[in-house]
Ligand binder design. Structure first.
Ligand code: PAF
Length: 280
């Protein structure tokens, strides 16, 4: 597997693949790879002849009080995992390479509306950072297809919208969330949990499943159900950030169980913020 740190080498590698008529799949990541990321790599292989990942902890998508400095950086272990999953290359740029003039003067991409709620309200500027870095990486790699996890449901919706709005010739594939046996969605942030918090953490997905069962009966006031589910999270030991029953396409608050629904949630265990979602 090629480990690529500079833009010229990246462009030359991708150009050679393209000249050979090969289809290219791309999996952008922030590293600290786990089975969830590797399932993206496996799906990418089904879509293309070449698979390239990126590992870049993107400063633009972290707020001033968030965990940028402490975000786990495990490059050697990540490369071993990518080799085991037969990735052809990984691009590992530095912040200086991606933002040479600094973040204050960086042009950006922002998708309106879809980022207004959920993580967008509690993490100001987060999705602007995601859309901007994904655009830059797409421009560098120029893949035919790119894979993203459905765990980051709002992120996936925003990227799909961005690609459509800006006519990017890239197919976006959403890959189902990988879970531990007890249902906890795999995430790099799970590594921050203490043993006691890890024992509580599956209650997030269990609460979503409970809510799904309530919604499938087709009755009940949606806002009251949101409150009841939040209370279940509090009782389990979480501090909920949000728990919203939303329309699956617009991600706006849903008003009836007749709509296509998704429940999106974020909740803290100590200072660790976990997210999850469930389609109804
Ligand atoms: O989902 C992530 O890991 C990041 O938000 C992404 C898409 C790699 C952009 O930095």
């Amino acid at each position: 597997m090629k480990i690529i740190q500079d833009i010229h080498e990246l462009r030359a590698t991708v150009r050679a693949w393209r000249q050979a008529g090969e289809r290219i799949a791309f999996v952008p990541t922030m590293g600290n790879l786990h089975q969830g990321h590797f399932s993206l790599i496996d799906v990418a292989h089904q879509q293309a002849d070449r698979v390239i990942a990126s590992i870049f902890v993107n400063p633009m998508q972290f707020g001033p009080t968030e965990d940028l400095d402490n975000y786990p950086r495990t490059l050697q272990q990540d490369c071993d995992g990518l080799i085991a999953h037969q990735a052809d290359a990984v691009f590992t740029p530095t912040p200086q390479l991606m933002y040479p003039r600094g973040l204050d003067v960086q042009s950006y991409v922002e998708v309106p509306k879809l980022g207004d709620h959920h993580c967008g309200s509690s993490r100001a500027g987060h999705f602007r950072g995601v859309s901007t870095i994904v655009t830059k990486l797409f421009n560098l790699v120029q893949p035919d297809v790119a894979c993203f996890g459905q765990k980051d449901y709002q992120q996936l919706a925003i990227i799909r919208q961005m690609v459509e709005d800006l006519s990017m010739p890239i197919e976006i594939i959403g890959v189902p969330t990988s879970r531990a046996e007890d249902g906890l969605a795999l995430s790099s942030r799970n590594g921050y949990l203490s043993a006691e918090q890890r024992a509580v953490a599956p209650a997030l997905y269990q609460s979503l499943q409970w809510l799904k069962a309530q919604l499938q009966t087709g009755t009940g006031d949606l806002r009251a159900l949101e409150q009841q589910t939040k209370q279940r999270l509090v009782d389990a030991g979480f501090r909920p950030d949000y728990l919203n029953i939303s329309h699956r396409q617009t991600l706006e608050p849903a008003s009836s169980t007749a709509e296509p629904l998704v429940v999106l949630a974020a909740a803290y265990l100590g200072s660790t913020r976990l997210i999850d979602n469930i389609e109804i």
